[in-house]
Design a protein around this ligand. Structure first.
Ligand code: MD6
Ligand code: FE
Length: 203
């Protein structure tokens, strides 16, 4: 572990540089196995627009988006079970989440050049007293966070590889998104890009 301290942005707690280079590489190797079992796909929004981010999941539930809207599914679109959440990822949850439960979904978001994620809330889970924890790997990303209500003031922060961000308590339902990535800013992933993992208790 190589901790660069903590900062708070709009109620989100960010553990800067929580994962050192070795831990990041181990996690990427574990994620290659996840993607081999459950390949990345590009979901459509409810309006039928392709998302710029490619996704897959690990755990008991995976997060999917299609014409029926956003929801959790017990299987990958190919019909296979989602692979288990890697131990290297669970270790971060155990260390930082403060939760007595384990995550039931690890959503894997992959950002290629030009990918972004619009402002949204994570609200498809049953228990908002459980935190959502996210891990950034690869290229830097401009993270934006606002309040629980739409349309308020927002604040931004560049997230780097190894940073861990937590939405909990009053910030659990804050709007947030990724405006852009600095493609090629990290050498962690061959070919560049960014991986973001979000860990959630679903039920
Ligand atoms: C991303 N993150 O960093 C998008 N959600 O690519 C999220 O959507 C997110 O960072 C919930 C909690 C933390 C997050
Ligand atoms: Fe989110």
């Amino acid at each position: 572990m190589q901790d660069g301290g903590e900062t708070v942005l709009g109620g989100a707690v960010v553990h800067l540089g929580h994962l050192g280079p070795g831990a990041q590489r181990t996690m990427v190797a574990d994620l290659r196995e996840v993607v081999r079992a459950a390949p990345l796909f590009s979901p459509e929004t409810r309006r039928g627009k392709k998302m710029s981010v490619a996704m897959t999941s690990a755990g008991r539930f995976g997060w999917v988006s299609d014409r029926r809207g956003y929801h959790y599914e017990a299987r990958h679109p190919s019909g296979v079970d989602w692979p288990p959440i890697p131990e290297s990822v669970l270790a971060v949850w155990r260390e930082l989440s403060g939760s007595a439960r384990l995550p039931e979904c690890c959503l894997v978001n992959f950002y290629r050049e030009g990918a972004r994620m619009g402002l949204h809330q994570d609200r498809d889970e049953a228990d908002f007293s459980e935190p959502v924890l996210s891990i950034s790997l690869g290229d830097d990303a401009l993270f934006r966070i606002g309040g629980t209500e739409r349309g308020g003031r927002t604040q931004s922060l560049w997230l780097s590889s190894g940073d861990v961000l937590m939405l909990a308590g009053a910030a659990r339902l804050a709007h947030h998104g990724i405006d852009r990535i600095r493609f090629g800013s990290s050498t962690l992933l061959d070919g560049g890009g960014r991986i973001n993992l979000t860990l959630r208790v679903v039920t």
